[in-house]
Ligand binder design. Structure first.
Ligand SMILES: NC(=O)c1ccc[n+]([C@@H]2O[C@H](COP(=O)([O-])OP(=O)(O)OC[C@H]3O[C@@H](n4cnc5c(N)ncnc54)[C@H](O)[C@@H]3O)[C@@H](O)[C@H]2O)c1
Ligand SMILES: [Zn+2]
Length: 424
């Protein structure tokens, strides 16, 4: 704290003299957390989780485990055995892990579990175990409880491991808006074990792959090429087994994301490369009928954004085709009936508010870099939508268009989705 120097009887109090009664408060908030990939996180010989919980097995320690109920069904016994071996006494709080659970009521419920447990404010940790939904609501609860208690993240989905679990954002959906309420609150550590992915279904793996494709498009051409070579075999088992390609894909995606986040943790800078695919998708994600997962909505947004870049001459036709082909090969949707030009325009209006009055739309300048533009017009959006639609239609043989898409293949317009109008 600084103020106009003025001698008072107190040696320590620095009180400004009228009429300049003003104080300037300045402080810095240190952020210091680790993101660790560790295989066999729940093996008793692996001390990473125990250390994060403050246990060295010599004395009992408690923690509050906020866990997705599906994940508890799959890994609850292994977690309990691990905690017993390390003399950690967990208090379990099972929560739903679907998008509908991202409500204030669910976050508050978690804070109530902290009160019931009588959690110690600094030494007893909240341990969030689950996908992006649990990362978001448990993180929000931890940041609200007594204005912030320490927590540890154990993301168990691909989306959680390469995105939702490694940054500092928490949040819930509110009033038809994605992540409208939330905080920035760093965990003490994020512990990533790819082996959790063994039990992920393919749709959710593909959902996470969307964010990896995003990182490749905005900052890592080598990752893009690696994905082109390996995308067809990129399933839960391949990722969970962590062979050389899978390891490189995971670590490049995480490193790229952290490299973007670290200098801009509180988003003082609103031109964010990682927002590629997140300009129009928030509106789509909550309105899509049939519903879309986060990464699927991001993929549909990325397809339009690639088309915008192409039509502006920022991305060559072959590179635009390569990017769309990669997404299609990953099994990601490129279009959705809810994604009308009208919805795009309205989504952009809301995004302009989120980005403080400017569009700041990240568009690919070639593969591996982005530029930000502020003058996307409705007419341009219509041409971009048409560009993607033409490609999707032209690449689906007539016989295949009426058949359900096999797992791992592209969804075309109207193929899996109804023609329902979007509801604002
Ligand atoms: N805070 C951020 O920076 C950030 C970043 C990206 C995404 N998100 C948010 O993350 C959410 C999406 O996260 P998600 O894709 O992980 O979905 P999710 O958390 O809904 O999990 C998907 C499904 O997988 C199940 N599951 C979790 N782990 C499993 C496992 N190992 N085996 C089997 N099933 C498992 C869950 O029960 C759930 O049914 C969205 O709400 C999105 O907004 C947040
Ligand atoms: Zn995202």
């Amino acid at each position: 704290m600084t103020s106009t120097p003025h001698r008072q009887s107190s040696a320590v109090l620095d009180v400004p003299k009228p009429p300049d009664l003003s104080w300037h408060v300045q402080a810095r908030l240190p952020v210091d957390y680790e993101v660790v990939i560790t295989r066999g996180l729940l093996s008793e010989g692996n001390g990473v989780l125990a250390r994060a919980c403050g246990s060295d097995a010599t004395a009992p320690t408690r923690c509050l485990v906020v866990i997705d109920q599906t994940v508890a069904g799959l890994y609850g016994d292994a977690l309990q055995a691990y905690f017993s071996a390390w003399r950690i006494e967990p208090v379990w709080k099972l929560v739903r892990g679907d998008e509908g659970a991202k409500t204030l009521a669910h976050a508050v419920e978690i804070t109530e579990a902290m009160t019931e447990m009588g959690i110690l404010r600094r030494t007893e940790k909240v341990v969030a175990v689950g996908g992006g939904v649990v990362m978001d609501i448990a993180g929000l609860a931890a940041s609200l409880y007594r204005r912030g208690v320490p927590y540890i993240r154990i993301p168990t989905t691909l989306m959680g491991q390469i995105d939702a679990g490694i940054g500092v954002k928490t949040g819930i959906n509110h009033g038809q808006h994605k992540n409208r309420l939330g905080t920035y609150c760093a965990p003490e550590a994020t512990l990533i074990d790819p082996e959790f992915l063994f039990t992920q279904d393919q749709r959710h793996v593909t959902n996470g792959v969307a964010e990896i494709v995003k990182m490749a498009l905005v900052k890592d051409a080598a990752l893009f090429e690696l994905l082109e070579r390996s995308i067809r075999g990129l399933d839960a088992e391949t990722l969970a087994s962590c062979g050389p390609d899978a390891r490189e894909i995971l670590s490049r995606a995480i490193a790229g994301m952290l490299h973007e986040l670290e200098p801009n943790l509180w988003e003082g800078e609103l031109e964010r490369a990682v927002d590629f695919g997140h300009t129009f998708s928030p509106a789509l994600e909550l309105r899509a009928d049939p519903p879309l997962l986060h990464g699927e909505a991001v993929a549909v947004d990325m397809a339009v954004s690639l088309a915008l870049a192409h039509n502006r001459g920022m991305l060559s036709t072959p590179d635009a085709e390569r990017a769309l082909t990669l997404m299609r090969s990953a099994g990601l949707p490129l279009t959705h009936p809810t994604f009308t030009v009208e919805l795009l325009a309205r989504a952009l209006e809301d995004t302009v508010k989120h980005r403080d009055g400017l569009q700041r739309v990240p568009l690919t300048q070639g593969i591996g870099t982005v530029e930000f533009v502020n003058d996307v017009s409705a007419e341009e959006l219509a041409r971009a939508v048409a560009f993607v639609a033409e490609r999707v239609i032209s690449e689906v043989p007539p016989a295949a268009a009426s058949a359900p898409a096999p797992a791992g293949q592209m969804r075309a317009i109207g193929e899996e989705f109804s023609d329902s109008e979007h509801v604002a």
